[in-house]
Every structure is written in C-alpha cells, then in structure tokens.
Ligand binder design. Structure first.
Ligand SMILES: [Fe+2]
Length: 305
C-alpha cells in the first residue's frame, strides 16, 4: 500500500490518551482526515469528478468495485429509519418498556462494557437475539437457541456515540456501504493496539469504504452523531435514538476472482480484534445479533408516529 502524503507518526499511545474512541488530538484528527482523503488506493469508492480522484480509485481491486456497484442503489426507506429509531430509543421513564434494539443493546452491555455496543444483523442465517423478537410479540415462537456465523452480507446499526474495537477482516474482500446517518472509520496499518493510523474518513449515505487482504483490512467504526450527552468510552450507553447504519459484504478468499492458494483460510467465520480492556488480540466468531428476516418483520409491525 502506498500513500501520497507524509503520515502522522504512530503515537504509540493508542490507549494512553483519554479521548475515546480514536485517542487522537484535534490536530492529529485533522492530519488523519487529510491523509485519508489522499490515500492511494482511495479509501472511498465513488463516481470520480476529478482526474486525481479517478487515479486514486484506479487500483481498487475489480472484485471490490463489483460489490460497490451492486450496492450503490441500496437505501433504507424513511419508514424503516423511523422504525429503527423507535426500537433504539431509550426508555422515556425508568422501567418503561423499550424497543427490540434497545433491549439487545442492554443485553450486550450486560455482557461486555469494554466498548459501547452496536448491533449486527445477518442478511442470511439466524441471529443470537432473534428470540427476543418473539418476546416482543412480533414473531411466532422459534426454537433456535443460537445464531449462525459467517453471513456474507450484514447490516450494522451504530447507535450515536457507540463504536467497535479495532478489528481485522483478515483475508476477506468486502465493502462498508453507508445507508443512514454518519459513520467515522479509522483505518490502521495492522491489527495492534499501537498500530499506525492510515487515515480517518466519514461516510454518509451512499458512500462506500472497502477492504481486502492487502488494503485497509483493519479498522474501527464509530458513529459521531448526538448521543444525548456524556462522554463515550467503555461503559457508555447513549440516550438518544440517533444512529448510523452500514451494509457490509465479506467475500472469502476463494469467492473472489483473485483467489490465491496460500493455505490460510482467514475467512469471515472469525475475525480478530484487540480487546479494549486487556489490549490482547482475540478472535470473535462472527455471530450476528439478529437476522434481517426477523428484524424486517419487526420493523414492518412497528406503529409509525
Ligand atoms: Fe469491520
């Protein structure tokens, strides 16, 4: 990978600075945004309007361009966004019933407070919390106790001010296509707590970031929207219904035209990440929280205000 500008130095203190999620100063953020805007190949895929943009997108792998082209017309409809907001909203008063997504966030928060939770929706297969939709009265009883792993197509819902740990998508080839709200993506050189930051970008609906084994496979995603006060970080839970949403596709190495036989799988069944508390590298099986089949029915049954 090559970049056209001098990069900010690795700060070596990713976890030494207080401000979550990126642990950078305002000036470092500005430099990283400039670096992101000039990265080669381009971090973002779009219709080039300048020769320079065209040149920076030229070396994006054809398999990635194909995924991006197929996703470019995807949008959440206005009623889907409103229904998602209704299910993300915090309780109006203590003890009030909350929607399915806020319920799942609370459940995930109980298990892991190392970073604020987000929601992963598998577009194929089952989710870990599909059964909660039953408790919401939206579904017939379902006896699946656990979700599937490795869905190639995933919808991610990012509550305002919530973020992921630094993680790697291994040897997969994929896209991160913004559907709603706003998402910040910090791209790292490799998977390490002190890894050099390559660039920061903000995705808005219709914009597409990407990753491959050789480029931009390691990142952290953060929704910079209004979380309702308080400072984000471990143990944070927002108090608004604002969110960003992104559509992700991950192709395994043998599913792209550029398959090479290196003997490693590094497929989408498991991705590595840096644990925010222990700072150790760990692997997570890519189970999802919900299936799109279930969430779509829940959203369709949600009264609109
Ligand atoms: Fe990711």
């Amino acid at each position: 990978m090559s970049l056209t500008t001098t990069q900010p130095p690795a700060d070596g203190q990713e976890y030494g600075k207080a401000r979550h999620p990126f642990h950078v100063t305002g000036e470092e953020e500005r430099q990283l945004r400039l670096a992101g805007a000039k990265a080669v190949p381009s971090l973002v895929i779009g219709q080039a309007t300048t020769f320079d943009e065209y040149a920076r997108q030229l070396m994006i792998p054809p398999a990635v361009m194909d995924l991006a082209r197929k996703a470019e017309d995807l949008r959440l409809s206005a009623w889907e966004v409103e229904a998602l907001r209704a299910h993300l909203a915090p309780a109006a008063a203590p003890g009030d019933k909350v929607g399915l997504l806020r319920q799942i966030l609370a459940e995930k928060y109980r298990h892991d407070q190392s970073h604020p939770p987000y929601i992963r929706v598998a577009c194929s297969g089952r989710g870990d919390y599909d059964h909660l939709a039953t408790e919401h009265g939206h579904l017939d009883p379902d006896d699946h106790p656990k979700g599937d792993i490795g869905s190639p197509v995933v919808l991610e819902i990012w509550p305002a001010q919530h973020y992921s740990p630094i993680h790697s998508h291994g040897h997969t080839t994929g896209i991160v296509f913004c559907l709603a709200g706003q998402l910040d993506v910090m791209v790292y050189e490799h998977l390490d707590r002190d890894a050099r930051k390559l660039g920061l970008l903000t995705l808005t609906p219709g914009q597409c970031a990407w990753l491959s084994r050789d480029n931009y496979a390691v990142h952290r995603v953060y929704c910079p929207m209004d979380g309702g006060g308080g400072t984000t970080g471990p143990g944070y839970m927002n108090s608004t219904a604002d969110f960003g949403a992104s559509f992700h596709v991950y192709l395994n190495p043998d599913q792209t035209a550029a398959h090479d036989h290196d003997g490693d799988s590094y497929n989408r069944d498991s991705f590595d990440y840096i644990d925010e508390e222990t700072k150790e590298k760990r692997a997570f099986a890519t189970e999802s929280d919900l299936s799109w089949e279930v969430l779509r029915r829940v959203l369709a049954n949600t009264p609109q205000s």
